[in-house]
Design a protein around this ligand. Structure first.
Ligand code: DGY
Length: 318
């Protein structure tokens, strides 16, 4: 059987797979398989190991004549056309659970870095712009004891709430349904989205990318937020109207934003959002901790092999 892996993973995980299957992958750790090569290779492939950067769309499904299973090394699968996969009886696996804590860590790190202007401070030193201590130089927002509003109280949302509790934050959340456990264990309070936006000092977006959440944060939502509020997005770029975010940040409607995800990735350094001092931007590294990525790769391989060998996937989307 032929497997395509659009990214390289460490040999210790890859070698046992190579003994059993014909594996087609990239040569470098620093680049993903090109779309052109993927479309060519997919024709006679039985399995595909993919990630958030590949577009698994109708064009690809049309090419794939033998494909049985697609395994993404990610919890999110908004880049995969599920309808097309379902139509063709192709199984889809993903990697929830193993990246929860790493992503919650990064989300909280970004919240702290954005609130306390860490990047601006580091840049000032690096660029030799620090002239010495001043009473109100690079003053940011307090974090301890403030109100955090978490949009999307799934696994990662709960992880962020747990960290927020350690900072004695007042925890508000909005979710499709109430999360009784988060309410009981973490003292989180369910509120309507408008209330969350009005009351929070930190608004953290962790909603999955769906038709309903597409650009759910736009002008009206930013206008509801406090002028001192910090907005954090570690979910998907498409959940945010980036033009509206730019306006809100530039006009002082909100105070700052910490972004790990963008509508078009990789975002260009010339993008207008990146010209703002009150934006802290990261290159989609929410789950990028070594152990986490190893666990994601291991789980994605297990899903793939199980699917090919007729066993149930560990985590199956469809
Ligand atoms: C995911 O898993 O969906 C992240 O965005 C990438 O780690």
């Amino acid at each position: 059987m032929k497997l395509i892996m659009t990214c390289k993973i460490p040999d210790e995980l890859m070698n046992p797979i190579k003994e059993k299957y014909e594996v087609v992958t990239v040569e470098s750790d620093h680049a993903l398989m090109s779309r052109k090569r993927l479309l060519g290779e997919i024709v006679d492939a039985d399995g595909l190991f993919t990630n958030v950067a590949d577009h698994i769309d109708e064009e690809l499904f049309e090419q794939a004549k033998k494909l049985k299973v697609i395994s993404t090394m990610a919890v999110g699968y908004d880049n995969i056309d599920l309808q097309e996969a379902k139509k063709r009886g192709i199984l889809i696996g993903h990697t929830p659970g193993v990246l929860t804590e790493a992503t919650a860590d990064l989300t909280f790190a970004l919240l702290m870095a954005t609130g306390r202007r860490v990047k601006e401070g580091a840049d000032a030193i690096q660029n030799n712009e620090w002239k010495g201590w001043l009473p109100f130089y690079l003053t940011g927002q307090e974090i301890y004891g403030k109100t955090i509003g978490i949009i999307g109280m799934g696994r990662i949302g709960v992880g962020v709430a747990r960290r927020a509790r350690g900072f004695s934050m007042n925890i508000l959340y909005h979710n499709r349904s109430k999360n009784e456990e988060a309410e009981k264990d973490l003292g989180a309070t369910y509120v309507e989205l408008d209330q969350l936006l009005k009351k929070s000092d930190y608004v953290v977006l962790l909603a999955p990318s769906t038709k309903e959440t597409y650009r759910m944060m736009s002008t009206a939502q930013f206008q509801l937020m406090k002028k001192s509020a910090v907005f954090i997005n570690t979910s998907r770029g498409s959940n945010v109207d980036e033009d509206a975010l730019y306006e809100a940040l530039q006009s002082g409607e909100i105070w700052a934003a910490g972004l790990d995800v963008f509508e078009n990735e990789p975002i260009s350094a010339n993008h207008k959002l990146l010209q703002l001092n009150n934006v802290t931007a990261l290159p989609h590294i929410g789950s990028a901790a070594i152990e986490t990525r190893m666990n994601m790769a291991r789980l994605a391989l297990e899903n793939l092999v199980n699917g090919l060998e007729g066993r149930p996937l560990v985590h199956q989307v469809i």
